[in-house]
Design a protein around this ligand. Structure first.
Ligand SMILES: [Zn+2]
Length: 490
C-alpha cells in the first residue's frame, strides 16, 4: 500500500486495515490503529509503521483510545466486551427489559455502543435483543412443554401477541406451528407481502449444472445434509406461501457417530425449517434497505425489486465450496467443477439427485484426485485442506454462526485459500451478516458503474468508498447491484 492509500484508509477508519499498518502522529507523539476514531491527523503529521515496535522505536506512545498494542497481541478488549455482553443477552434475554438496559449494562455511552454493535455485529442492539428472544423461544418450544405465554415471558417478550407477531415475521409460521415441527415432516411457511418469487426461482436455479437441486415449475427439490444424514427437501411455492416436506431423513434417535456428543437432538423438520428460512431470506430486512436506497435518491436501484432478499446457501460448507471454486473463473465453469466434485464425493439419492459433499468426504480426497476434474492444483489444494481443517475441528462452522462479524471475518481470513472476496461472499451468502461487500466482485463494480453512471468501473478503493453509503445494509446492496440491469425474471 502506498502512503496515500494508507492515509485514505485512516480517514475512512477502515477496520480491515487494523494490524496491517500503524499510524504515528508526530505532533501528538501517539500511534494508532487505522480504525481509531480519534481526531484525524493532517497528512503532513503522519508516519506509517509496519509494527508497534517500529512505532515505539521512533519514540511514539500507544493511543489510549484504540489500544494498538492489545490488537497487535491478538487481544481486542473492546470487541471482547461487546461479544461477552451479546453472549449474556443470548443466554438470558429476559434479563434485559429493553435496549436501554442493554446499553446500561455495556458501560459504553449510547452512541458509542450503537456504533460498536453496528461495526462488530452489523446490526442494532434492538435487533440483537429480538433475535436472542426468538432463538431462546425456539429452544423452549422444542425442548419443553411450557405454555406459549410462559415461553413468551421467559424470553422477555412484553406480551403473547408481540411474541406471536415477531415470531411469525422472522420464521414464516406461528410459535405453535414451530412446536409442531417436533412430530412432523411437513410445514407451511407464509411469505411476506410482495415476495419476489421470480428472483427466488432465479437464485435457486442459477447453478445450471447442479446435481443437488432441481427447480421445475413451482416445485423445488434440494438434497441437503441434516445432522442425521442426507435428506431431500421438497418445496412447493406460491406467491403467498411455501409448502415444505422433508423426505428420507432418519429420526434423530438413529443419529450416527457423525453427530457430535453434547448436541441436542434437533428434529429433522426444525433443521429443514432453518434451511428454508435461509433459502428464502425470510429474516432479512428488505424494507429497511429499500427505505435507505430511496433516502439516498437511488430508488432506481430497488425499482420493482423492493422485496429482494439474499437466498442463503443450505449449509456453510456449501458456501465455502462456492467461494473457493468460484475464484477467478466464470460462473458456468464453477458450476461444472462443483458438479464434478459432488459426483465424486456426494452419495446418490433416490430420484437422481446427489447428496451435497460433506467435509468428511472431501477431506478423504487427495488434492491430486481433483486434477482430472479440471481443478487447478491450487484450488484442489484449498478445497481439500479447508475440509480437513473442519474435520480436525480447527475450523468450527457452527461456531461461526454465533460469532461477531468481526470475529467471523478474522477467523475465515486466517484460512488459507479464503481471501477478502471469498470471506465476504461467505459471510453474506452463508452466515447472513447484513453489512458485507465481496470487494473485487465484478457484479458489484459493474452494478455501481451503471447505477451511478460512472465514467469507468470503480477499483477496490472506489468500491469500498461508494459502498459505504449503504452501511449497515451492504449485503442487500450487493444483492441489488447483482440484479441491476439484469432482465426482470418472469
Ligand atoms: Zn487511537
Amino acid at each position: 500500500m502506498t502512503n496515500a492509500t494508507m492515509y485514505t484508509r485512516v480517514l475512512e477508519s477502515d477496520a480491515s486495515c487494523n494490524g496491517r499498518f500503524f499510524t504515528g502522529v508526530l505532533t501528538t507523539g501517539i500511534y494508532c490503529l487505522p480504525a481509531c476514531k480519534a481526531r484525524k491527523p493532517k497528512p503532513g503529521n503522519v508516519r506509517f509503521f509496519p509494527s508497534c515496535e517500529a512505532a515505539r522505536a521512533a519514540g511514539l506512545r500507544p493511543c489510549k483510545k484504540c489500544h494498538p498494542d492489545d490488537f497487535a497481541r491478538g487481544a481486542d478488549p473492546i470487541l471482547e466486551d461487546v461479544e461477552t455482553l451479546v453472549t449474556e443477552i443470548r443466554a438470558n434475554p429476559a434479563a434485559f427489559a429493553d435496549v436501554r438496559a442493554v446499553v446500561r449494562r455495556s458501560g459504553f455511552g449510547t452512541t458509542r455502543f450503537f456504533e460498536l454493535v453496528r461495526q462488530h455485529f452489523h446490526t442494532t442492539p434492538a435487533d440483537i435483543l429480538l433475535r436472542a428472544r426468538l432463538e431462546f423461544a425456539k429452544q423452549q418450544l422444542l425442548g419443553s412443554r411450557a405454555p406459549l405465554a410462559t415461553i413468551a415471558g421467559d424470553a422477555g417478550f412484553e406480551s403473547l401477541s408481540v411474541f406471536h407477531q415477531q415470531f411469525k415475521t422472522c420464521n414464516g409460521l406461528t410459535p405453535a406451528a414451530y412446536r409442531g415441527l417436533a412430530t412432523t415432516r411437513k410445514f407451511l411457511l407464509e411469505l411476506p407481502g410482495g415476495f419476489l418469487l421470480g428472483y427466488l426461482r432465479r437464485a435457486l436455479s442459477r447453478d445450471i449444472h447442479s446435481v443437488t437441486e432441481r427447480f421445475v415449475g413451482n416445485h423445488y427439490t434440494g438434497a441437503v445434509q441434516l445432522r442425521s444424514g442426507p435428506a431431500l427437501l421438497k418445496l412447493t411455492l406460491s406467491p403467498q406461501s411455501v409448502h415444505a416436506e422433508i423426505l428420507g431423513a432418519r429420526p434423530p434417535s438413529a443419529a450416527t457417530p457423525a453427530t457430535r456428543p453434547g448436541r441436542p437432538a434437533l428434529p429433522a423438520a426444525a433443521e429443514a425449517h432453518a434451511i428454508v428460512v435461509g433459502l428464502l431470506g425470510l429474516d432479512e430486512d428488505a424494507a429497511a434497505f429499500s427505505r435507505l436506497a430511496k433516502r439516498l435518491g437511488l430508488a432506481r436501484l430497488v425499482a420493482g425489486r423492493e422485496e429482494l432478499r439474499i437466498s442463503r446457501t443450505p449449509s456453510i460448507f456449501d458456501g465455502i465450496l462456492w467461494s473457493i471454486i468460484g475464484q477467478q473463473i466464470n460462473f458456468p465453469f464453477a458450476c461444472l467443477l462443483k458438479r464434478r466434485l459432488t459426483e465424486r464425493t456426494g452419495a446418490p439419492l433416490p430420484g437422481g439427485l446427489f447428496a451435497p459433499p460433506t467435509p468428511a468426504a472431501v477431506s478423504a480426497l487427495e488434492p491430486a484426485d481433483l486434477l482430472p476434474l479440471q481443478f487447478s492444483r491450487q484450488k484442489a489444494d484449498y478445497v481439500v485442506q479447508t475440509a480437513r481443517l473442519i474435520v480436525e475441528g480447527k475450523l468450527d462452522l457452527e461456531k461461526l454462526r454465533t460469532m461477531s462479524a468481526t470475529r467471523a471475518e478474522r477467523t475465515l481470513l486466517a484460512v488459507r485459500g479464503l481471501g477478502p472476496w471469498s470471506v465476504n461472499y461467505l459471510m453474506m451468502r452463508s452466515l447472513g451478516f447484513p453489512d458485507c461487500v465481496p470487494l473485487g466482485d465484478t457484479g458489484v463494480t459493474s452494478g455501481l458503474h451503471a447505477l451511478l453512471k460512472l465514467e469507468e468501473r470503480p477499483g477496490l478503493d472506489g468500491t469500498r468508498r461508494l459502498m459505504s453509503i449503504f452501511s449497515p445494509h451492504r449485503s442487500l446492496a450487493t444483492a441489488q447491484l447483482w440484479q441491476f440491469n439484469q432482465p426482470i425474471p418472469t
